[in-house]
Ligand binder design. Sequence first.
Ligand code: SF4
Length: 282
Amino acid sequence: MHFTLGISSISENTCERKLYIYIISRLMKRFLQEEAPNIYMRIGKIIHTLLPITFKKLFPYIEYYYYRLKKSLEESIGLAFKFVLDYWIFLLKTQINFNILEKSEYAEVMDNINVQLPILIEHAKSLIDVNNDNLINSVIDDEFNVSYEILPGVLLTGKIDLVCFSQEINEFLFIELKTGRPSPTKHNRQLRLYKELFDEKQEKDINLELWNTKPGSPQSGFQKIKKLRKYKDSELNKLKIKIRKAIKCKNVEDLPPTIYFPGSERICFFCDYCDHSKVIFN
Ligand code: SF4
């Protein structure tokens, strides 16, 4: 038995049946079709590149604007982001010329980015310590690849959006950046899994933050930065139990039941895993 499970996919919390079907599809090497790229994926991709590229490659520009041109920290970050954004604008305009992208889609992408940019700048500020005559950048890496053998032959794989280290408090910080509608339980689980994979291997504390750049009311779950608290149960242990159960399923009848609760039809509307299950077991 050798197969991999994507941490973001197994963190889905909406339906246990969906989780089992995903695990079995990986076990049987019958991969489910990936979602076609849409406009929101484009927005997410662009926003996900702005902060890491700027902080890893263009940090001297932030220092230049801040110290030489006496701009505020927000303005300095915003001006440095603009270099990366200009590159994306060039690419998107090229896609319009090749008829890969509609002008209206371009306008929608840019409108969304312009709304989310100030929030990203506000978040990014928290990753810089202004210390005497230095700006200290706490970003160590982005898209940090994680791979962990949760059961013999079963690998968990994922990418941590941002890994930071604060010299001031001598602690790591893992950040998951989201640009769409919040799905807190799923994203919390994803971050907790990353932390548990590293906890055994090193002594420093790891803090977890879920960032969202899409504006929205807190009542609808939109929180700009959510710091995750300590928790008791191990997500890894719970996942191990579920994987063991899933790989014992030999036909559709062994799967957990379909979900039936008010509002579940909305979740099933965006999911075709029940249809795939028949193909997987054939
Ligand atoms: S279609 Fe509904 S019941 Fe079936 S796996 Fe998806 S979410 Fe679960």
